[in-house]
Design a protein around this ligand. Structure first.
Ligand code: SF4
Ligand code: SF4
Length: 322
């Protein structure tokens, strides 16, 4: 079996900011994993080509972040590329040196948009800081252009074409109706969508872990695949291989996820058009057409009352007639 390509791990939802477009409700006082949970998660991960630590704002949990980096490095060695996604507000010389000593090879500054409060002058300050330590600036969205040992950084943010158009029908972005609802944008089939999440050894395989819960994609399905603090990630994935619904998502085709339950593609495509977003259809399928088996994803639970197209979660919903 080939090595897993990428694991994306927001290990904390604590943040120094409280942005209106945040896709997972992060902010001051948000939930975070314990040191023991972090150790359990790392102990259950296969060795990936890349491990990205994110939040929330990971630098708010500096001691925990350094512990995770050091534990992951001693378990996986230096040929797993350790990456950090941060808003950059708390990144200074001393912190950067600690991160580099702990093995971080890639730093992604994800706050270059109109929603982040402290972005003025940040790009210039961080570019000078990161270049002073020999990091090379690269374009976001193509992590494979970097050599494994090379130290790189990038800037990005929530622009309509990059993220708001198809992703972020989640969290406060959904509650505040910032996600742009483009039904023609199939995020599921793009990088960080579900495409290839079951395909061990595929360069497309990325798994998202929100705190300790495992999802096939960055937005997160209503139900997680499992809890990686409790069992190995590969055992969780193996349990879902061959399930027609998860296999449809693995193909990046949410319009096919309900065929096994009698919900045909024509109906699914119509609902995607009406809802304006493939992930909202995915949520509707889980809540209306599939019997839920595990606790739900909190990021999918903030739909405004009174909107008939955004249903509250129904955890024991009957299979409907479509
Ligand atoms: S969008 Fe980023 S910086 Fe803003 S609250 Fe969420 S995690 Fe924090
Ligand atoms: S459609 Fe479902 S599985 Fe695909 S990216 Fe959206 S939430 Fe994830």
């Amino acid at each position: 079996m080939g090595r897993m390509e990428s694991i994306y791990w927001p290990f904390t939802h604590r943040c120094n900011q409280y942005c209106g477009h945040c896709y997972n409700h992060s902010g001051p006082g948000g939930p975070t994993v314990t040191f023991a949970e972090a150790d359990a998660v790392i102990g259950h991960l296969p060795k990936p080509n890349r491990l990205t630590l994110s939040g929330g704002e990971p630098l708010v949990e500096r001691e925990l972040l350094l512990h995770i980096l050091n534990t992951a490095r001693s378990r996986f060695g230096d040929d797993t590329r350790l990456a950090l996604q941060t808003n950059g507000d708390l990144l200074d010389e001393g912190t950067l040196d600690e991160l580099l000593d702990a093995g971080v090879r890639s730093i992604s500054i994800a706050s270059q948009d109109e929603y982040h409060a402290k972005r003025t002058g940040l790009r210039e300050r961080l570019t000078a800081l990161l270049e002073s330590r020999g990091l090379r600036q690269v374009d976001v969205g193509n992590p494979q252009t970097s050599k494994p040992a090379e130290r790189t950084f990038s800037f990005w943010g929530a622009t309509p074409d990059l993220w708001l158009g198809g992703l972020w029908a989640r969290g406060r972005a959904l509650r505040n109706d910032i996600s742009l609802r483009d039904p023609g944008h199939n995020f599921c089939s793009l990088w960080s969508g579900a495409l290839g999440f079951l395909d061990a050894g595929s360069p497309r395989q990325e798994i998202a872990i929100q705190l300790t819960k495992v999802y096939p994609c960055c937005p997160g399905t209503v139900e997680p695949l499992g809890d990686v603090a409790e069992e190995p990630l590969e055992a969780i994935l193996e349990r879902h291989r061959g399930d027609p619904m998860w296999e449809a998502l693995n193909r990046g085709e949410p319009s096919e996820m309900g065929i096994v339950a009698g919900v045909d593609m024509e109906f699914a495509s119509q609902r995607i058009k009406e809802l304006g977003n493939v992930c909202l259809w995915c949520d509707e399928y889980f809540t209306k057409y599939r019997r839920s088996k595990t606790s739900p994803n909190p990021a999918t639970q903030s739909w405004p009352e009174g909107d008939p197209q955004r249903r509250p979660l129904v955890l024991s919903g009957e299979l409907a007639d479509g």
